[in-house]
Design a protein. Structure first.
Length: 579
């Protein structure tokens, strides 16, 4: 019981310290929590979700940035106007970032967001130790331990409350909203986890001594990871000997194997460097181990160089090169400098993240330039590039050349917008590639996630439907046919295989015919009420409520007519009223 009380008291103290030290960060986190919950209840309508998503991204950037600003205020003892200006600057930068968020957020935007967040988080970690202060690696490791403690507490709280909610639902037949568990996760991870973690941040002038080094991490690094990477080094040297005797260049797989080995080595050496004073043999280990990594790293650069030379630069290959250079420089700094190198290593990491994702030598820019040049070279070699850079259609190419050009164009258009690929015409369309190239692109099919793709899902897909006043309830879709089914007297209903026409027959006479794709297009344009269709003689009334619709736009911008939509899939509920 005493231990439970002590744990509860510890948590309360951490939360109180957090509120006192980081009120701005916690305020931003509270707004983030509210907006995140609003987003979970916003449904599938992009017009409702897009503004909330943009706000969330800006708030997420503001949390580590405001926390770093708070630590800077404490470190440099800023007061009055300087403190207000710094916090105001954080809010202003959040607003600027919000304005730079594109309407259509692609995968690369997500990567850049993560990169920016990582830079700000590393700045938050580094502020107390910048720049002439030793012990940053011990400080970070201490926070890693406290982070896992926060995750443990948060998981226990979330699991306990979620179990209570589930039990109440089962025992008392309470129909909680479907989003309740996600809402609960957002509340716990925001209101509790962030607050608890910030409350565990040591005071700005408190040093984490070597004697405070976690025994768990010490055992992990010294007696598990170091032996593993040492044996791994021997294996790589054995492979190097095999290459020498076999006169064979390293294969592509060696790049990934050595990269992870190098990153684990850098991370381990970063955290154990401060233990040299307590573990005498560590100094010798550093002295010999770092030079031994020259050969594996050289193999890594050779392997990735061969890959890039043969197939061109891609984002993953760029990242391999960037991480390999970072690992090499970090190891060189650790081997060269006798003093604490943790600050220099973190600054180097932040610089590499910045250069990798932002600016003219980012992976995005260099990959675009390299792959565009390779496409131009392919077109020029095959006589398809005119003197002014225009593409000349040529249907007589061999299949291998058609495939090579198609794959290069596919790669560029999957990763970049058409406007960014300068060698392609402004109105180039893969579905009409023959008009530009003289041949169809190899293995091309319209992708579901192209810019002209549209979809709709009902916001409340209830399994209970009121059918009072109707004689029949029908579920129809684009992929299953309805065999001729009796309804009343001579009446039958059916859909033909591969057809979107639903027919209601009376003997041999057609009473009502509904084009379900056309009805789906009407429903998508006006989602405020179901589609009602009545037969000419008034004997059949069909009420259509669509569950889902998907397809492609035939026009640029927002569709305004049924002819603007190419409906490809649908699920619909139909109520039939027969007189």
């Amino acid at each position: 019981m005493d231990k439970i009380k002590a744990t509860i008291k510890f948590i309360i103290v951490q939360l109180k310290r957090s509120v006192q030290r980081f009120p701005i960060s916690l305020g931003i986190t509270a707004i983030f929590m509210v907006v995140a919950i609003m987003l979970t209840h916003a449904g599938y309508d992009a017009s409702n979700r897009e503004p909330l998503e943009r706000i969330l991204f800006a708030l997420a950037i503001g949390i580590p940035m405001s926390a770093a600003a708070t630590l800077a205020i404490e470190k440099f003892n800023l007061k009055g106007l300087k403190m207000v200006l710094l916090h105001s600057g954080v809010i202003g930068l959040m607003g600027v970032y919000y304005l730079t968020i594109p309407t259509e957020m692609n995968a690369y935007f997500g990567m850049r967001f993560i990169a920016l967040w990582a830079i700000l988080f590393f700045a938050f970690l580094m502020v107390p130790y910048f720049y002439k202060r030793d012990g940053l690696s011990r400080y970070i490791l201490n926070l890693v331990g406290r982070f896992f403690l926060t995750v443990l507490f948060s998981g226990a709280i979330f699991g306990g409350i979620a179990m209570m909610v589930f039990t109440i639902e089962e025992l008392f037949s309470i129909n909680w909203p479907d989003e309740i568990y996600l809402d609960l996760f957002i509340v716990v991870s925001s209101a509790f986890a962030v607050t608890h973690f910030l409350g565990s941040i040591p005071e700005i002038d408190k040093d984490i001594e070597v004697k405070d080094y976690s025994k768990i991490f010490k055992s992990l690094f010294l007696f598990i990871i170091l032996p593993i990477i040492s044996v791994y080094t021997v294996i790589l040297y054995a492979y190097f000997v095999k290459i020498l005797f076999g006169f064979k260049l390293p294969e592509g797989i060696i790049g990934n194997l050595v990269l992870w080995y190098a990153l684990v080595s850098v991370t381990t050496l970063f955290f154990i460097r401060d233990l040299k004073s307590e573990v005498p043999w560590l100094s010798k280990f550093f002295k010999f181990y770092i030079p031994l990594m020259v050969v594996p790293l050289t193999m890594l650069f050779i392997a990735i160089g061969i890959r890039i030379n043969g197939y061109g630069l891609t984002m993953p290959r760029y990242f391999v090169v960037a991480l390999a250079i970072f690992s090499t420089l970090s190891l060189f700094i650790m081997w060269l400098k006798k003093r604490d190198t943790s600050v220099a290593t973190v600054v180097l990491l932040m610089a590499f993240i910045t250069l990798t994702f932002f600016g003219p030598i980012s992976g995005y820019s260099l990959t675009l330039a390299d792959q565009t040049n390779r496409l131009e070279l392919l077109l020029e070699e095959n006589g398809m590039l005119g003197p002014n850079g225009q593409i000349i259609a040529k249907a007589s190419l061999e299949e291998t050349q058609k495939r090579a050009i198609s794959e290069k164009i596919d790669f560029l258009l999957n990763a970049y917008s058409l406007e960014e690929v300068s060698v392609l015409p402004d109105k180039f369309d893969r579905s009409k590639a023959k008009d530009y190239l003289g041949f169809e692109m190899t293995y091309y099919w319209p992708g579901e996630f192209e810019q002209d793709y549209f979809n709709y899902y009902t916001e409340t897909d209830t399994r209970v439907v009121a059918v009072a006043g109707a004689d029949f309830y029908i579920l129809a879709n684009d992929y299953d046919r309805i065999a001729s089914t009796p309804l009343k007297d001579q009446m039958t209903v059916e859909t033909l295989s591969g057809s979107a026409l639903l027919k209601i027959m009376d003997g041999g006479s057609l009473l009502l015919e509904i084009d379900l794709k056309n009805a789906a297009a009407k429903y998508y344009l006006d989602q405020t009420k179901p589609i009602v269709v009545v037969s000419a003689d008034g004997t059949v009334t069909a009420t259509l409520e669509f569950i889902s619709i998907n397809g492609h736009l035939k026009v640029d911008g927002k569709p305004s007519a049924v002819t603007d939509l190419d409906v490809q899939g649908y699920d619909v509920r139909i109520l039939l009223d027969l007189k």
